[in-house]
Design a protein. Structure first.
Length: 243
């Protein structure tokens, strides 16, 4: 088994620290289940892993559960959240979202599932499939994360997995496209060896990145305030080049 990568991260504010405490709690709640952290927290951890400047994290914890690896995982993960005091988001009518005061946890499923996949959380409500989820799960690994309260283990994708899921999210988002594009830009700016990343990505995954060819222009709003934007633009240009 591959050893967990160690990552240290300093919260930028009290609100940020609270969000990381929630991340720790969720990681403990989902322990023993096949899952991976996605969303803004994933991006921040990948930035910290590369010792880069960490951008703003989101206000919720996005989890992706592998419904193909475990029968009934959506219900089991839901039960663990409910037992911890979370409640279904009845106001937003989102079967994947659970709230407890100001704390928000999204319970998501990967894409490319068959019609028999059980996505039920609190019946009749269900979670939703997210584009790129399968690639993120396929590249999941364990990180030992220390945000100041002692280390804890959390499942995250590799940088390649993060790039793919963010490229898919930005291309398919009904809302929040600009946020996903910014997250993608932040990840592209982290690439330490673009040739290695290109070799790791499949042709179809590089095709997902080509949908964001507009980001090759450094004037694109997604690059604003991104440290290493020039490197990110160059990385994207190389990744989407044909031949």
């Amino acid at each position: 088994m591959t050893a967990a990568v160690s990552v240290k991260l300093t919260p930028a504010s009290d609100a940020d620290a609270q969000l990381w405490r929630l991340t720790r709690e969720v990681a403990n709640l989902l322990d023993s289940l096949p899952w991976v952290l996605v969303g803004g927290q994933m991006v921040a951890i990948l930035e910290a892993e590369q010792e880069a400047t960490i951008g703003f994290a989101t206000g919720d914890v996005d989890t992706l559960i592998d419904v193909r690896a475990m029968v009934g995982i959506a219900k089991e993960a839901t039960k663990r959240l409910l037992d911890a005091g979370f409640e279904p988001d009845t106001e937003g009518a989102r079967g994947y979202r659970f709230v407890r005061g100001d704390s928000i946890v999204d319970l998501l499923a990967p894409d490319h599932l068959g019609p028999r996949a059980d996505l039920r959380t609190v019946p009749p409500d269900s979670t939703v499939e997210i584009a790129g989820g399968s690639q993120a799960l396929a590249r999941a690994r364990t990180a030992e994360l220390d945000t100041g309260d002692g280390p804890f283990e959390v499942r995250i994708p590799t940088l390649a997995g993060g790039v793919v899921i963010k490229a898919r999210a930005a291309a398919t988002a009904q809302e929040g496209r600009a946020k996903h594009e910014r997250d993608l830009a932040r990840l592209l700016a982290l690439v330490p060896d673009v040739s290695e990343l290109r070799a790791e990505l499949t042709d179809s995954e590089r095709g997902y990145l080509r949908k964001h060819a507009a980001l090759v222009d450094i004037a694109h709003p997604a690059w604003q305030m991104v440290v290493g934007a020039e490197d990110g633009v160059a990385a994207l240009a190389f990744l989407i080049a044909t031949g």
